[in-house]
Design a protein around this ligand. Sequence first.
Ligand SMILES: NC(=O)c1ccc[n+]([C@@H]2O[C@H](COP(=O)([O-])OP(=O)(O)OC[C@H]3O[C@@H](n4cnc5c(N)ncnc54)[C@H](O)[C@@H]3O)[C@@H](O)[C@H]2O)c1
Length: 350
Amino acid sequence: MSESAAVGIEPQGHDRYLVRLELPDGRECPVLVGDGVRRELAGVLPPRVRRVAIVTQEGVGVDVDPGVEHRVFTIGDGEAHKTLATIGMLCEEFASWGLTRTDCVVGVGGGLVTDVAGFAAAVYHRGIPVVHVATTLLAQIDAAVGGKTGVTLPQGKNRVGAFWQPSAVLCDTETLATLPEREWRCGLGELAKYHWLGGGRLDELPLPERVARCVAIKAAVVASDEREAGRRALLNYGHTLGHALEVAGRHDLRHGEAVGIGLVYAAELARALGRIDPDAVEEHRRVVSGYGLSTELPPGVDPEELLVLMGRDKKVLDAGLTFVLDGPAGLEVVEGVDPLVVRRTLEECT
Ligand SMILES: NC(=O)c1ccc[n+]([C@@H]2O[C@H](COP(=O)([O-])OP(=O)(O)OC[C@H]3O[C@@H](n4cnc5c(N)ncnc54)[C@H](O)[C@@H]3O)[C@@H](O)[C@H]2O)c1
């Protein structure tokens, strides 16, 4: 545990860890990680809470007891339910029940639930406290921590939202036992990126400590850049190609799977630009494939289409593309990457 202690993880007994996310305004969000930590919910609610609105999905199947009067509000499963209509429905149901501004919302689920519950809490009564009980690997190591909330518009994913920090986050690793295989793999794609964000050999750690280390890394990044003006962009390592593959849409790839491929591509691009050597590229392949994820671009990809999707529009393409890339000083945001090199590297990877 000595290395973990160095990155701000406080052991709390056997395989249980506390990470304190310190926000620039002085507030603190405790994140508790370990088997069974959902049972600590009553103890992490803000003072004076009389009622708790639990937002979850049917398939999550995780019961929590906030220790005060509570009611369960179920939202639909799948990205199609991550809408303003769902936020409107929740807020109306909260109001009909009589949830007040000193009460609390608790999101119990994956990243979809925590994004939606967080956004509903951010706007209901102009903002009431929210606590997350994260039940997918992706939510535990990423979505539930950091205060980004939101929903999707027909015009784009996560286009409306708010920065709304939870009062506490519980990452109960016991709940991951029921996660479908593919959801687990999606989390592993995001987990892989933390190897280059200071996580080191995460694959050698027991699960709760591994989750805690990712949380600590994310907490440190968020603490230094809550509103994504700079360093927080590094959390998007592997996402430029990952997003493009998802948007291209024909490849039956989930987000984390696409990020795994995006990590290896980003390494190949960094090598093509002379930033890293072939051994570092190999390390990317080793980590990503070690998590059972593909390192190859899917068959039939169109490099031109991916280039345009990564550049978003023609003007950007002319000025060069922006990537998070590995290099001698670790990860950095690199602007103005020559589209010809981006394209040639894509072609070499297909
Ligand atoms: N706010 C952020 O910083 C941030 C970061 C990354 C991703 N996200 C968002 O997170 C969402 C994806 O999150 P996700 O990958 O957790 O998917 P998800 O929330 O859609 O959950 C995936 C599936 O797993 C089920 N599930 C959840 N917990 C379970 C459990 N313990 N056992 C069995 N089934 C369970 C859910 O009901 C769902 O069917 C996206 O909407 C994405 O935009 C947000």
